[in-house]
Ligand binder design. Structure first.
Ligand code: ADP
Ligand code: MG
Length: 279
């Protein structure tokens, strides 16, 4: 299966956010998207998930225009995990939320297989004991796991994950990304994942896209995309990039032309003001 993104442009009102974004992702592939805050990563993912409609450009899934798919088909094909902190407006338990992922597959209500798939997803993310808890009572990391479990229960062809590991502990960061890699490689799924952690992005992605001000600045193998030059230009950070047996090791060293330590307290803006420091 092929996911083709052709010339996508998107604006919120008159403010352009994505400009002529073009790339392909194939079954079996895990594509990482990186880029600074505000570079358009979440907007791009929401276009791919058909939450937003591009102003210009077309997205094809298996040669079908995404815009023409029926809602149920979209639900079967695309499993979208929103970024952490995206609220759930109505009260729901963990299990109910995960079962929402089965909705595109249901015919006459929740069946035995739906419960099996949901409980496997719960189990995989270590949520089994939390099935009856209200979503609102969970920590942000636990809630993030619930949304990942919901996408797993959905059994989609394409996973679209927006910063899935941002609130997870280090163990689950590795578990979730290794699982996505496995789903891509062994089950021919297609994974698009937005990550802030450049080391995780380099390690788990087959290919990377580096977004900069709504455009693709670089695309290709992690080594080529995450060069010190590209990191300097796009993030404004000096970084040391080394290689070890697990892949690239990127150490961000210092911001370019950033304030020196202590300037924030001692700079001109603070002159004449008194900071109340409590013991
Ligand atoms: P990223 O995920 O890379 O941090 P986003 O895609 O969230 O970036 O945002 C890209 C740009 O679009 C930012 O300048 C952001 O302020 C703006 N933006 C995001 N969502 C909205 C919205 N709902 N309305 C208006 N502007 C938005
Ligand atoms: Mg974002």
């Amino acid at each position: 299966m092929l996911f083709q993104i052709k010339g996508v442009c998107f604006s919120y009102g008159s403010v352009p956010v994505l400009e002529n974004v073009t790339f392909n992702v194939q079954s079996g592939e895990m594509l990482g998207i990186v880029g600074p805050n505000g570079s358009g990563k979440s907007t791009l993912l929401r276009c791919l998930a058909r939450v937003l409609k591009p102003r210009v450009g077309t997205i094809f899934l298996d040669r079908k225009n995404l815009a023409d798919l029926r809602g149920r088909e979209v639900g079967r094909c695309l499993g979208y995990v929103p970024p952490p902190g995206t609220g759930q407006a109505f009260p729901c338990t963990v299990l109910e939320t995960i079962l929402q992922g089965r909705r595109p597959h249901l015919t006459w209500g929740v069946g035995e297989r739906d419960l099996v798939v949901a409980s496997r997803a719960l189990d995989y993310l270590g949520l089994t004991d939390l099935g009856d808890r209200q979503l609102g009572e969970l920590s942000s990391g636990q809630r993030q796991k619930v949304f990942i479990a919901r996408a797993l229960a959905q059994e989609p062809v394409v996973f679209l994950l927006d910063e899935p590991t941002a609130t997870l502990d280090v163990r689950y960061q590795l578990e979730v990304l290794a699982l996505m890699q496995e789903l891509a490689r062994s089950h021919q799924r297609l994974v698009v994942v937005v990550l802030h952690d450049l080391n995780l992005a380099a390690r788990y992605s087959d290919h990377l896209i580096l977004l900069h001000e709504g455009r693709i600045f670089a695309a290709g193998a992690p080594e080529a995309v995450l060069s010190p030059e590209n990191i300097r230009t796009v993030y404004g950070v000096e970084a040391v990039v080394a290689k070890n047996r697990w892949g690239l090791q990127i150490t961000p060293v210092a911001p370019l032309n950033g304030p020196a330590n202590g300037d924030i307290l001692e700079g001109k803006e603070m002159a004449g003001k008194t900071l109340a420091v409590q013991a």
